[in-house]
Design a protein around this ligand. Structure first.
Ligand SMILES: Cc1ncc(COP(=O)(O)O)c(C=O)c1O
Length: 352
């Protein structure tokens, strides 16, 4: 099979992975039905599996992490309601204004290092009941936190934050697009983390290596309402067992191996720390999971220009801001690929 990633070291995102041969086999042999008509056996199996893994009653399989988050928001909030979230949240930066457009909800932001925050930030952000104010309805927290650098919530801090949110009657949602990265890095289980949340979205299409697919997990009645909105938003799928089979395979085979991606991210950060003009946001040893954000000295040029130079050498990364680059490790880049990337970056910045 022609595999684009064989020819380049693609560190733009962990979403670029291609299904491995065994995943294809699992997809090919999955029994299929029609999920909108309610008889898709492989989707049903995946939904039961991920719900059990997170210790929740039910799950709904959806095409994307964005849809999982937006369904949670749509069920938890109505027009004029407010969500509390970190200012670097995915739901704010990368979901095309979904909370406002789909649910009529606004977002009140909190701040904190690495995209994390404390219980006191929640207390301060919750509105008092007053005819002038929006109604605080929901807390959304990301684990891992993407724009914070792939950071991981510590369990004690998370428990305090979730408890405070619940004390104010908020629905607690975790954007767990990379929850399994957080689990592998921290040692806690997905269920232990999810216990403090009402709903959790998880993605199979990122570090877990699937081509498509995410799930929203939570109480049965909440998920039943989300299922209606999934249909309304055009996310009802038919023989989607094909995709669910990939997700089942990923949950069975691709979770523990995330540790390799984390080790590769550290090796990458170590490699570029040694290069003049490039500075990772945290030290190599502190690189929390599979993401490395690094600053590019303007003397070298812009982040975009550096990425363009490297693209022509078969190394792909993402220029996020004028001087900031993001590199993400995943199952289609091995240690040799990381060495090659560092070598090409060294050549690209040399003499600049
Ligand atoms: C933290 C986080 N949440 C949600 C998403 C959305 O996932 P999708 O691209 O499947 O919509 C992403 C995508 O990268 C993400 O990083």
């Amino acid at each position: 099979m022609q595999n684009h990633v064989e020819h380049s070291v693609d560190l733009r995102s962990d979403t670029v992975t291609q299904p491995c041969a065994a995943m294809w086999d699992a997809m090919r042999s999955a029994p299929l039905g029609d999920d909108v008509l309610g008889d898709e056996p492989t989707v049903a199996r995946l939904e039961a599996m991920i719900a059990a893994r997170l210790g929740k009653e039910a799950a709904v399989f959806v095409p994307s992490g964005t849809m999982a988050n937006q369904l949670a928001i749509r069920v938890a909030c109505g027009a004029g309601d407010e969500i509390i979230a970190h200012e670097e949240s995915h739901i704010i930066h990368y979901e095309t204004g979904g909370p406002a457009a789909l649910s009529g909800a606004m977002v009140r932001t909190v701040r904190g290092d690495g995209g994390l925050f404390d219980a006191g930030d929640v207390t301060a952000a919750v509105r008092t009941r007053n005819i002038h104010h929006p109604v605080s309805k929901m807390l959304v927290a990301e684990n891992t936190q993407n724009r914070g650098g792939g950071t991981v919530w510590g369990m004690d801090r998370w428990e305090r934050v979730a408890r405070e949110a619940h004390a104010h009657g908020l629905h607690v949602h975790v954007d767990g697009a990379r929850l399994f990265n957080a689990c592998v890095a921290s040692g806690y289980s997905a269920g232990a983390f999810a216990k403090h949340a009402d709903t959790v979205s998880v993605c199979f299409s990122k570090g877990l290596g699937c081509p498509v697919g995410s799930a929203l997990v939570g109480p049965a009645a909440f998920i039943e309402r989300a299922r209606r909105f999934r249909k309304m938003f055009g996310g009802g799928m038919r023989q989607s067992g094909l995709l669910a089979a990939a997700a089942i395979f990923a949950l069975e085979h691709n979770v523990d191996r995330l540790a390799h991606d984390h080790a590769n991210a550290k090796a990458f950060a170590r490699g570029i720390s040694a290069l003049r003009g490039l500075r990772p946001h945290v030290s190599a040893e502190e690189t929390p999971t599979n993401m490395v954000f690094f600053h590019v000295d303007p003397a070298i040029g812009t982040a975009q220009a550096l990425c363009a130079r490297l693209e022509s050498k078969g190394v792909r990364m993402m220029g996020l801001d004028p001087q900031r680059v993001r590199a993400v490790t995943h199952r289609d880049v091995d240690a040799a690929g990381i060495e090659r990337a560092v070598r090409e970056i060294a050549a690209a910045v040399q003499g600049k």
